[in-house]
Design a protein around this ligand. Structure first.
Ligand code: 6PG
Length: 246
């Protein structure tokens, strides 16, 4: 695993979404076959998702050969506004992606454990095996966010899910933050199996936790690393020590 991470500073949230869109498209262009993107929930990716459904980006994405997964899900019904895939569907997938290329975490399963097991099987079927080969990453791009407590995906500080090495997906009984509903999350080794992991961090409310991340504190978001490139895209308002923050 490459230990270093790249930090890219941009001026504001609008530029951040544009740079993220360009990076996503570059990863899709680098793979001429079937491509896979792991999306994230929360509010940070919303601008990016809207951009992907708008020109010139929409026409540049080879929708037929791109598959869309979700890195974590709130255990609420698929149409619930808090559901991460519902948000991604509303903002771009329903408009642009073939339905068979959209792979939601099955929140209709009875328990988070069942949902995790079913999604693990879906990922392993897509991948064509139950062992992740570092030479053949599962995802071309994994999008990530940063929570106020340093969580990423639904990997919360102190939770046993953080130490999981075998399972690809696990259930999480308690979320540290709103919405405080059970979650299902991909584990660190699964998220690491990508050519690029791209964090989007924007806004002054992210500044205190980003300072801890940059100090290298032992937080889930710091532990999350790609086997390929790990890139943190941060805007001026979020960056500690920047004069542009408020
Ligand atoms: C979720 C997310 C979560 C999110 C962070 C940041 O389901 O909530 O996947 O990990 O990325 O909490 O959230 P914001 O983008 O809303 O700040």
């Amino acid at each position: 695993m490459k230990s270093e991470r790249q930090i890219i500073r941009v001026s504001d949230a609008a530029t951040l979404a544009q740079v993220a869109a360009e990076r996503l498209i570059a990863r899709l262009e680098a793979n001429s076959g079937r491509a896979a993107v792991c999306l994230t929930g929360g509010s940070s990716p919303e601008r990016l998702y809207r951009l992907l459904a708008s020109e010139p980006y929409q026409s540049r994405i080879p929708w037929r050969r791109v598959h869309w997964f979700m890195g974590d899900e709130r255990f609420v019904p698929p149409e619930d506004l808090r559901n991460n895939m519902a948000m991604a569907r509303r903002l771009f997938l329903d408009v642009c992606a073939p339905p068979e290329n959209v792979h939601p975490i099955p929140v209709q399963a009875g328990t988070t454990r069942d949902a995790a097991r079913r999604y693990e099987i879906a990922l392993q079927t897509f991948y064509g095996g139950g062992r992740l080969d570092p030479a053949r990453p599962l995802f071309d791009l994994v999008l990530m966010g940063l929570g106020p407590d340093g969580h990423t995906a639904s990997l919360f500080p102190g939770d046993t899910a953080l130490d999981e090495r075998e399972r690809w997906v696990v259930g999480v009984a308690h979320a540290n933050v709103e919405p405080q509903v059970p979650r299902v999350t991909l584990t660190l080794p699964t998220l690491a199996s990508c050519r690029e992991m791209l964090f989007e961090v924007s806004g002054s409310d992210k500044r205190p936790i980003l300072a801890q991340v940059l100090d290298g504190e032992d937080l889930p978001a710091v532990r999350a690393r790609s086997l390929g490139d790990t890139v943190w895209l941060v805007d001026a308002a979020a960056l500690p020590g920047s004069s542009d923050g408020t």
